[in-house]
Design a protein around this ligand. Structure first.
Ligand SMILES: Cc1cc2nc3c(=O)[nH]c(=O)nc-3n(C[C@H](O)[C@H](O)[C@H](O)COP(=O)(O)O)c2cc1C
Length: 252
C-alpha cells in the first residue's frame, strides 16, 4: 500500500480546485443544498443556470431560476467565504444577455463563468452552433466583459468537426469546455480539438472508477448531476475514497 497521498486536485482555466469532481449545474440548486456542497469534498460550487429575467417557461424546466439579480447576492455570499471556487452557469437569448450575466457574476466573485450553450432553449433562440458567426458573436463579447475565465457547456452533438470547434473557441478566448461524457462527446473532442482548453466531463458519473476513467481519457475534472441529486453532497467524499482505494493508497 502506497503511503504518499495521490494528488486528486486539478486546475481548470487557471482555477485551482482541491478535488477534481464538482456538481453539474442544476444539481444542488437551493441555498441549503449549496451550503452542504460548500462543506463537502466537491472541488467547486457550480450554480444552477441563471438568465437575465426570471425564467418560468413551462417547456424549459431545466432553466427555471429567479433571474440573475436575485442570484448575484448568493454568489457574493459564497465567494466571500473564501472556500471553494464559485462557478456560475449562464444562458441568454441574445449575445447581450450573456455579456450582462458574465460581467455581473464575475464582479460578484465567481471565478469561472460557464456559458450554457447546451440547453434546448438556447438552441431554440440563439442556435449558436448553426452558424459560427453567432458563436463568435456570443463568446467574444462575453470573454471581453468577464474579468474571469469563461468555459462553454457544449450540447451533446456539435454539427461541425471538433477541429473547427477548437479553433473557433480558442479564437474567442475560451479556456475550458464541459463536454458530454461519452465517446462522441469527450474522446472525439479530445482527439480532434487539440489541447487548447481544459475539458470537464459531465454525464453518468457515479463512482470513483467513472471519475478515474474520464481523467484517463484526458478530462481534467468531472461534473456530477443525477447521482448527486440521489445521494447528496456526501457523494464527493465517496468518489475520493474510491479513487484512493483504486490507486492503492487506502484499503476498502
Ligand atoms: C435536476 C437537474 C437540473 C439541471 N439543471 C441544469 C441547469 O440549470 N443548467 C445546466 O447546464 N444543466 C443542467 N442540468 C444538466 C446537468 O448539469 C448535467 O449536464 C446532466 O444531468 C448530465 O449529468 P448526469 O448524468 O450526472 O446527471 C440539470 C440536470 C438535472 C438532473
Amino acid at each position: 500500500m502506497s503511503t504518499r497521498p495521490v494528488d486528486l486536485s486539478t486546475t481548470i482555466a487557471g482555477v485551482r480546485m482541491s478535488f477534481c469532481a464538482m456538481n453539474a449545474s442544476g444539481a444542488c440548486a437551493d441555498t441549503e443544498e449549496l451550503r452542504q456542497l460548500a462543506t463537502s469534498r466537491a472541488g467547486a460550487i457550480v450554480l444552477k443556470t441563471a438568465t437575465v429575467h426570471p425564467f418560468v417557461h413551462p417547456q424549459f424546466r431545466s432553466l427555471h431560476n429567479p433571474g440573475y439579480d436575485k442570484l448575484v447576492p448568493l454568489v457574493r455570499q459564497f465567494a466571500a467565504r473564501g472556500g471553494k471556487p464559485v462557478i456560475v452557469s449562464i444562458a441568454g437569448a441574445t449575445p447581450e444577455e450573456y455579456t450582462v450575466l458574465g460581467r455581473a457574476f464575475a464582479e460578484a466573485g465567481a471565478v469561472l463563468i460557464e456559458a450554457n450553450l447546451a440547453d434546448d432553449w438556447v438552441t431554440a433562440t440563439l442556435a449558436p452552433f448553426e452558424d459560427t458567426r453567432v458563436l463568435r458573436a456570443v463568446l467574444e463579447p462575453l470573454v471581453a466583459a468577464s474579468t474571469v475565465p469563461v468555459s462553454v457547456k457544449l450540447p451533446d452533438r456539435v454539427p461541425f468537426p471538433y477541429a473547427r470547434l477548437g479553433r473557433e473557441l480558442t479564437a474567442c478566448g475560451i479556456r475550458a469546455v464541459v463536454a458530454k461524457n461519452d465517446f462522441a462527446g469527450l474522446e472525439k473532442l479530445l482527439l480532434e480539438a487539440g489541447k487548447a482548453f481544459d475539458v470537464i466531463a459531465a454525464g453518468g458519473i457515479k463512482s470513483g472508477y467513472d471519475v478515474s476513467r474520464a481523467l484517463a481519457k484526458g478530462a481534467k475534472a468531472v461534473q456530477v448531476g443525477s447521482a448527486l441529486t440521489l445521494e447528496g453532497a456526501g457523494i464527493f467524499a465517496r468518489l475520493e475514497r474510491e479513487m484512493r482505494i483504486a490507486r492503492g493508497e487506502r484499503r476498502g
